[in-house]
Design a protein around this ligand. Structure first.
Ligand SMILES: [Zn+2]
Length: 343
């Protein structure tokens, strides 16, 4: 009798497992790029030379380390904004100058008013559904007379967002407007506690319930110690925490276009670094928005004045940017809206 019960339980258990793995298989096989050649065409406009131009600009000494509320950061924000203007990528109606003011009352004591930058491409079929691509624009400023250039942190993410925006806007000009709207968000005050992204999610320009994913980039231009022998990698954090579908979309994008090694070490809830909680995507996740944090891990120049543009691995930055672009393309153009559910 005992044995029989045990067998019956085992049977039920394995059925549930089969059903679950079937669901996952069905989900995975549903994620395909029907128009691979089209995506590849725009993906291939993302190149290390352009990324280098943007990264060298935003991390240059003239911006004095881009500290929130300071002149250097305001000037780099102007550079970013002008780029959107020049590429005819529009500002939201409510912030027609691209700047969402983040008042000093929303920032730690001693900082001046600052701003998030918001630009977007309106979708053709579902314009009220929004895919976000985000990166923080600020860094540490000047400390003890030394400029903290923040080339990787987060010149790399800033350059990647600009380069993807150009690729998407080129696609629009050639008749491939995304089905859903794509929002390019450069948040301020990350280094002092994720305040820019918190301010955005407390004062959203586009409804959070229709914000279907946020792809956040914070440091994707370098290689950490764990990957010195094989630099063809990127860490993905958070992808499966709110949407199983998002997790597999990123995998499909990777397999179809770039073949990086996707490293999930820091996606582990028990990892002591707790990176999931440490960049701007987390404020979106708190509101139930599916997120992915794209990250290269820490390195010897992390949060040091030696994080400079000459140390960036530009071909790798290009490859990682392409992965994010392909992921965003899929979410923005899928027949059905990304599901915020765990399977
Ligand atoms: Zn950062």
């Amino acid at each position: 009798m005992k044995a029989l019960i045990a067998t019956a339980l085992l049977f039920v258990g394995s059925c549930a497992t089969i059903r679950h793995s079937e669901k996952i298989d069905n989900l995975k096989s549903s994620i395909t790029y029907d128009n691979k050649a089209v995506v590849e065409n725009y993906l291939n406009t993302i190149n290390s030379a352009d990324l280098k131009i943007h990264l060298e600009e935003v991390s240059s000494d003239k911006y004095n380390g881009r500290k929130t509320g300071e002149e250097g950061h305001n000037q780099v924000c102007d550079y970013i904004r002008d780029y959107y203007k020049n590429n005819q990528i529009i500002a939201p109606e409510s912030y027609s100058n691209y700047y969402q003011k983040v008042p000093k009352s929303a920032l730690p004591d001693g900082l001046n008013d600052s701003q998030n930058i918001i630009a977007y491409i309106e979708g053709s079929e579902f314009p009220d559904e929004y895919v976000f691509i985000s990166a923080h624009s600020d860094h540490e400023g000047v400390i003890d007379g030394q400029i903290y250039n923040g080339a990787d942190d987060n010149g790399s993410g800033t350059a990647a967002v600009l380069e993807m925006a150009e690729a998407f806007s080129l696609a629009v000009k050639e008749g491939y407007r995304p089905k859903r709207s794509i929002v390019f968000l450069h948040v301020t005050a990350e280094e002092v506690g994720l305040h820019g992204s918190r301010y955005y999610t407390e004062n959203p320009v586009f409804p959070l319930e229709n914000t279907i994913a946020t792809l956040n980039i914070d440091m994707i231009g370098r290689v950490d110690d764990r990957h010195i022998d094989n630099e063809n990698y990127i860490y993905l954090i958070g992808a499966d925490k709110i949407s199983t579908e998002l997790h597999y979309i990123a995998q499909s994008a990777n397999k179809t276009f770039v073949n990086l090694n996707l490293d999930y070490k820091y996606n582990d809830d028990n990892d002591s670094n707790r990176y999931y909680y440490r960049s701007d995507h987390y404020n979106f996740a708190l509101k139930g928005v599916p997120v992915i944090f794209f990250f290269n891990g820490e390195h010897e120049d992390y949060t040091k004045p030696t994080d400079t543009a000459d140390k960036i691995n530009y071909p790798l930055l290009e490859k990682r940017t392409k992965l994010i672009f392909a992921t965003a393309w899929y979410i923005a153009n899928a027949e059905t809206r990304l599901k915020a559910e765990i399977i």
